[in-house]
Write a protein that binds this ligand. Sequence first.
Ligand SMILES: [Zn+2]
Length: 77
Amino acid sequence: MNFYVFLAPSHQSATVHKGSCPHCNEGRGQRRPGLKANLATEWLGPHLDSNNAFAIARESGVKNVTGCGHCKPENTV
Ligand SMILES: [Zn+2]
């Protein structure tokens, strides 16, 4: 299984998703026409291990690192 980090520096947040999550869609995210281009976001991945994805999320330097409430990736570190 793949894991991805959704990074939103402007919100100081990083969220870890499973690749199969509909919010992640294997790192492509949800297509949202009209989403403002100045809200810079980024998908980091794929990562093969959820703990590794959480580590990458923390290393990105944002304040809030969470797991997606929908797909609930495990963080066992
Ligand atoms: Zn998710």
